[in-house]
Design a protein around this ligand. Structure first.
Ligand code: GDP
Ligand code: IMO
Ligand code: MG
Length: 422
C-alpha cells in the first residue's frame, strides 16, 4: 500500500475512522500525528461499535502496530480509559501501541481554560470540544508545556507539575474559576504516568526502523482541512495542522518518504461547532438527523449539515496534495430528489471560485449550485461500482472531477463490507 497520509477533506467527521480501518488491512503501522481526544473516530465491525479518540483506529486489526506520534496532545487519563475500554471489548492493547516521549500532555487546567475562554467569548465562541486542546497546543508553542517524557519521569514530574499548577491557578482565579488541587492532579497523573510508561518510546526512531524494514505506514489524520490552524476558517478551527503536512511534523517522517495522500469526504457536508459553513441547509440537516445520523462521536452534539461544497474540497486537494478520494455516507443521499453541489460562492456582485480567507466574507457568501438528479434507490447493499445506481455513479464522478482528485473508494454504510473500491 506504500506510505499513505489520510486526511479529512472537509470539517471533520468525514468517516476517517472507517476508511482507516479498511486500509489498515494493507498496512503494518498506523500513526496518529496531531490533535488529541477532541477526535472521535467511529468504526463498526459487524454490530460492534468502537469509538477511538487518541488511539489509531488501526488498533482494531490484529498484528498491526499503532503509534501516537509527537504531534499529538495526550490526555493521559483519557488514554488510560481508552485502553481499558478497548480491552473490555476484547481488543488487545499490549505491545501493539507506542506513545511518543515528546508528545505534549493535556492537564485539567487546559480543559478548564478551554471552557473559561469559551464563556468569555460569549456569542463568538468556537464551540470547542472542551478537551483542553487549544490551551495545550498554546503551551507547546509558548514552550511552557510538559511532555510525556516528563510525565513518566518520577523524579522530575512532581516539581514541574507544582510550578504549572501554581501558575495556572492564578489564571483560573482571574477567570473567576475554582483553582485546582495539586495533590489531586498529581496523584491522578502519577498513576496514569506509571500505567502508560511501558507504552512510551522514541517513536521517531521506532518509525524509521519500521520504514527501513519496508513496513507500510498509514498516517491517520484527525479533524479536517477546514479545522486546520493555518488553512481552516480561523479562528473557528482546532489548534493543530490537520492537513497532510501535519503528518510529517507530527511523526518525524519526512515528506519525501510519503507516497500518497487520501482525502476522505462525505457525499454532503457536516460541521460541529461554530464558524462559517457556506452550504448549510436546514432541510438536509433535518433529514439526516431524522435518520438518527450526524450526531458527534465525542460530544454527542448534532452536526450542522449542508450540500457538498466542491469549492472547499478543491481547496482541500490543493493544500493536502490529495491523490485519491474516499467518498463516504453516499447512502445518506439515497432519498433525495434533487441533489445540489456548490460550484462557486457569491458575495453581492463578487464571485469566488476559491475560499476567501476572511471568515466574515465567507460567512456572507451565498453558494452557487449545480443540480444533480437523485438516484432514489437504497445503496447500502451495493458491493461493486456496477451495483451503484447510474445516477449515483454520475454524481460521484462529478464531485471527484470538481474536487480534482481520483475517485478511489465509495462507501455506502458504516460496515467494512460496505466499501467499494472504484
Ligand atoms: P471520523 O471522525 O472522520 O472518523 O468520522 P466519525 O466517526 O466522527 O463520523 C462518521 C460517521 O459516519 C460514523 O458514525 C461512521 O460510522 C459513519 N460512516 C462512515 N462511512 C459511512 C457510510 O458510508 N455510510 C453510513 N451510513 N455511515 C458511515
Ligand atoms: P474528528 O477527528 C469534528 C471542532 C470542534 C470545534 C473546533 C475546535 O472526529 O474528525 P477543539 O476542541 O479542537 O479546540 O475544537 O474543532 N472539532 C471537530 N469537529 N470532528 C473532529 O474530530 C473535531 N475535533 C475538533 O467542534 O468547532
Ligand atoms: Mg469524528
Amino acid at each position: 500500500m506504500a506510505n499513505t497520509i489520510l486526511v479529512g477533506a472537509q470539517w471533520g467527521d468525514e468517516g476517517k475512522g472507517k476508511i482507516i480501518d479498511v486500509l489498515t488491512e494493507q498496512a503494518d503501522v498506523v500513526v496518529r500525528t496531531q490533535g488529541g481526544n477532541n477526535a472521535g473516530h467511529t468504526v463498526y465491525i459487524g454490530k460492534k461499535k468502537y469509538v477511538l479518540h487518541l488511539i489509531p483506529s488501526g488498533i482494531l486489526r490484529k498484528k498491526k502496530t499503532c503509534v501516537i506520534g509527537n504531534g499529538v496532545v495526550v490526555d493521559p487519563i483519557g488514554l488510560v480509559s481508552e485502553i481499558e475500554g478497548l480491552r473490555k471489548l476484547g481488543i488487545k492493547v499490549n505491545g501493539n501501541l507506542f506513545v511518543s516521549e515528546t508528545a505534549h500532555v493535556v492537564f485539567p487546567y487546559h480543559r478548564e481554560l478551554d471552557a473559561q475562554r469559551e464563556v468569555l467569548k460569549g456569542k463568538n465562541k468556537i464551540g470547542t470540544t472542551k478537551r483542553g486542546i487549544g490551551p495545550a497546543y498554546g503551551d507547546k508553542a509558548a514552550r511552557v508545556g510538559l511532555r510525556v517524557i516528563d510525565l513518566v519521569n518520577t523524579e522530575r514530574f512532581e516539581d514541574k507539575l507544582a510550578t504549572k499548577i501554581k501558575e495556572n491557578n492564578e489564571v483560573l482565579k482571574a477567570f473567576g474559576a475554582k483553582p485546582l488541587s495539586f495533590k489531586q492532579v498529581y496523584a491522578a497523573y502519577r498513576e496514569a504516568g506509571d500505567y502508560l510508561k511501558p507504552f512510551v518510546t522514541n517513536t521517531v526512531i521506532f518509525l524509521h526502523e519500521a520504514l527501513r524494514r519496508g513496513d507500510d505506514v498509514l498516517f491517520e489524520g484527525a479533524q479536517g482541512t477546514f479545522l486546520d490552524i493555518d488553512h481552516g476558517t480561523y479562528p473557528y478551527v482546532t489548534s493543530s495542522n490537520t492537513t497532510s503536512g501535519g503528518a510529517c511534523t507530527g511523526s518525524g517522517v519526512a515528506p519525501n518518504r510519503m507516497d500518497r495522500v487520501v482525502g476522505v469526504l462525505k457525499a454532503y457536508t457536516t460541521r460541529v461547532g461554530e464558524g462559517p459553513l457556506p452550504t448549510e441547509n436546514a432541510e438536509i440537516a433535518d433529514m439526516l438527523h431524522a435518520m438518527g445520523r450526524e450526531f458527534g462521536a465525542t460530544t454527542g452534539r448534532a452536526r450542522r449539515c449542508g450540500w457538498f461544497d466542491s469549492v472547499a474540497t478543491r481547496h482541500a486537494t490543493m493544500v493536502n496534495g490529495i491523490d485519491d478520494l474516499a467518498v463516504t455516507n453516499i447512502d445518506g443521499l439515497d432519498t433525495v430528489e434533487t441533489i445540489k453541489v456548490c460550484i462557486g460562492y457569491r458575495d453581492g456582485k463578487k464571485k469566488y471560485d476559491y475560499m476567501p480567507n476572511d471568515v466574515e466574507v465567507l460567512a456572507r457568501c451565498e453558494p452557487v449550485y449545480a443540480e444533480f438528479p437523485g438516484w432514489r434507490t437504497p445503496t447500502h447493499n451495493a458491493r461493486s461500482w456496477k451495483q451503484l445506481p447510474p445516477k449515483c455513479r454520475e454524481y460521484l464522478k462529478a464531485i471527484a472531477e470538481l474536487t480534482e482528485a481520483k475517485l478511489f473508494i465509495a462507501s455506502v454504510g458504516p460496515g467494512r463490507e460496505q466499501t467499494i473500491f472504484v
